[in-house]
Write a protein that binds this ligand. Structure first.
Ligand code: SAM
Length: 229
């Protein structure tokens, strides 16, 4: 398997997760365990890092969650300015605290609902495991907006669960519903894009598009989409 098909090295996953430890011994360790497990099992970040590695342009992370991409970028020696936006105010606050606790340089976080607002940006854009939380129309708007923000020296990196008739797609749907049910995700998934639909939207916006599976050993139907001008 290529580097981009494997999760992060366990020692690195542990180091990044440590930024999410509570300040006090009896504090809540939920984020710490979640981050550690996620980074040890999901090839998402090595895939995104490989796509971003040769670019210097600022990175806008749409639906950034806890801001793990920022930690992964800095651990990889990538110094692009990073801005993460997400509509979950609590996650944004925790992302900011973790970044501050480990002195993550040039990273900022902001609450924003992508179904209602479009951030100003020029550079690279990451949309990682977010599209299914927007309805089909909002996905199209978000992708076309992202294409318009993309500078010539930058990349648009999307990872998404993809709708098809595979068992993996079904597992993705059930797990997203569960994540909402247990309260990890504030919102229920709304619509899963198809690969052909994503490609058509991005090519229609004038981008060159590459796609490949990015699920590693996980049971989900996650694909990586990298687009350039
Ligand atoms: C599965 S998480 C992925 C988080 C992050 N991109 C990552 O890869 O770790 C999906 C994120 O999308 C965010 N999200 C969902 N709908 C959104 C919206 N309308 N505007 C902004 N963020 C949204 C959620 O709050 C959540 O943090």
């Amino acid at each position: 398997m290529s580097e981009a098909g494997r999760p992060l090295d366990p020692a690195l996953a542990q180091r990044i997760a440590s930024a999410f430890l509570p300040k006090f011994p009896l504090g809540n360790r939920y984020d710490y365990y979640y981050v550690r497990a996620k980074l040890r099992t999901d090839p998402l970040y090595p895939g995104a890092l490989a796509a971003l590695r040769d670019t210097r342009a600022p990175v806008l992370d749409l639906g950034c969650g806890l801001g793990l991409l920022a930690h992964a970028l800095r651990s990889d020696g990538q110094t692009q300015t990073y801005r993460g936006v997400d509509n979950d105010a609590a996650k944004i606050a925790r992302a900011g605290r973790a970044a501050e606790s480990c002195g993550l340089p040039d990273a900022c976080f902001e609450r924003m609902d992508l179904a209602r607002e479009t951030p100003e940006h020029r550079g690279s854009i990451a949309i990682l495991d977010v599209l299914q939380y927007l309805d089909a129309d909002a996905q199209g708007v978000a992708l076309r907006n992202a294409a318009a923000m993309l500078s010539d020296d930058a990349v648009l990196v999307v990872r998404s669960a993809i709708a098809d008739d595979s068992r993996r797609a079904n597992t993705s749907r059930i797990t997203d519903r569960l994540a909402n049910w247990i309260g990890w995700m504030q919102f229920r998934p709304r619509s899963y894009p198809t690969l052909d639909g994503l490609r058509a939207t991005l090519e229609g916006a004038g981008l060159r598009v590459e796609t490949r599976p990015l699920y590693g050993d996980t049971p989900f139907n996650n694909w990586l989409i990298v687009a350039r001008r």
